[in-house]
Ligand binder design. Structure first.
Ligand code: GLY
Length: 344
């Protein structure tokens, strides 16, 4: 299993990891923004372009070429420093180069820290499909810190926070209620946030340890994502993309509504979540004219079977059941209530 290190002393954690493995070479992979976070500039640094548009085979090939030029071998160490794009793509490049070079992830975004960097999913976009090519290849170590988050745009903090809320909904009502008190305008309390990250990541790790290849229980981590992905995909199709976590936050509300209708999830928790999402994830850009397209996207979700819409649902916080079939009528009702709640 992955070694997780929660610390804001990132340099000394990296120093320890890179000196203790007997590596012949340490190579950093960062994007054009995160490469500036490494001071002094290391001798072996591969800088890739940023953004999801560059999460491509061409960028993977660039990394392989530079690994070749730098003389990376199976005894080398790769350090991926960045958000989900860098850890997904850098992880895939490392895992496939010479059939596998050890790599560690140092996520610099909240979304990366609580989701992308942990759990072993690596890959890149292909033929217009997100993360179409990839492998389950866990980083040997993940260093999780809050030190890069002070300068993270609030929109990106909110985006990552939606996944933190999702993990709490899968595990612990006390934590869920505590998270809903979060004020994005207050300065970051690093000790408290690091503790929130520790708890959040542990939820994912526990599930992934039991089901690393998403044959069953790992699908619980898709809570909020059947509807969230449909909203995100439609926004991309219209060339008005929304941050991933905003779509997840809206999806969590809609799927909490479905959980209430189909599984008795308490209405009090639907309201608490709905109010937090309404107050913090504004500008919901969809109307009832979008339902047909949204339902079609839900039917074609990567995880759906035979064109049936399926979701993870909750009976209560911490009590989930995967692969629940949803009728188009149920999904429409959930979208109606979501829209109503978001004031659309
Ligand atoms: N992002 C959900 C998972 O890693 O399974």
């Amino acid at each position: 299993m992955q070694n997780l290190i929660f610390t804001n002393n990132v340099e000394s954690a990296i120093e320890r990891l890179s000196t203790c493995g007997g590596h012949n070479l340490t190579v950093w992979i960062a994007d054009v923004n995160t490469s500036r976070l490494i001071t002094p500039t290391p001798p072996c640094l591969i800088t890739i372009p940023d953004g999801d548009d560059n999460k491509t085979l061409a960028t993977v090939a660039q990394v392989w070429n530079e690994m070749e030029r730098l003389g990376v071998t199976r005894h080398s160490l790769i350090i991926n420093l960045g958000g989900g794009m860098v850890t997904d793509l850098g992880g895939f490049a490392a895992a496939s180069f010479k059939r596998g070079v050890r790599f560690i992830n140092v996520p610099t975004t909240l979304l990366g820290a609580v989701d992308a960097a942990v759990g072993g999913k690596t890959g890149f976009n292909y033929n217009g499909l997100k993360n179409e090519i990839g492998a389950f290849a866990p980083a040997s170590d993940v260093i999780i810190s809050t030190r890069y988050l002070d300068t993270l745009p609030q929109q990106e903090m909110k985006s990552g926070f939606a996944e933190v809320i999702k993990h709490a909904m899968l595990s612990d009502r006390g934590e869920f209620l505590r998270l809903l008190e979060h004020d994005f305008n207050a300065p970051i309390n690093h000790d408290d946030l690091l503790e929130r990250l520790r708890r959040s990541v542990q939820v994912k790790v526990d599930i992934v340890t039991r089901d690393p290849h998403e044959q069953g229980e790992r699908k619980a981590l898709n809570l909020g994502h059947t509807i969230g992905h449909a909203l995100e995909s439609l926004a991309i199709k219209r060339q008005k993309p929304v941050p991933h976590g905003y779509a997840v936050a809206w999806g969590l509300v809609a799927e909490a509504v479905l959980s209430h209708i189909k599984s008795g999830f308490p209405s009090e928790d639907v309201h608490l979540l709905g109010n937090f999402v309404r107050d913090n994830y504004r500008d919901f850009p969809f109307t009832c004219d979008d339902y047909d397209e949204l339902l079609e996207l839900m039917r074609h979700d990567k995880k759906s079977r035979d064109g049936e819409i399926t979701c993870t649902l909750l009976r209560a916080i911490g009590n989930y059941h995967i692969d629940q079939a949803i009728t188009p009528d149920d999904a429409t009702t959930a979208l109606d209530i979501l829209r109503d709640h978001m004031g659309q």
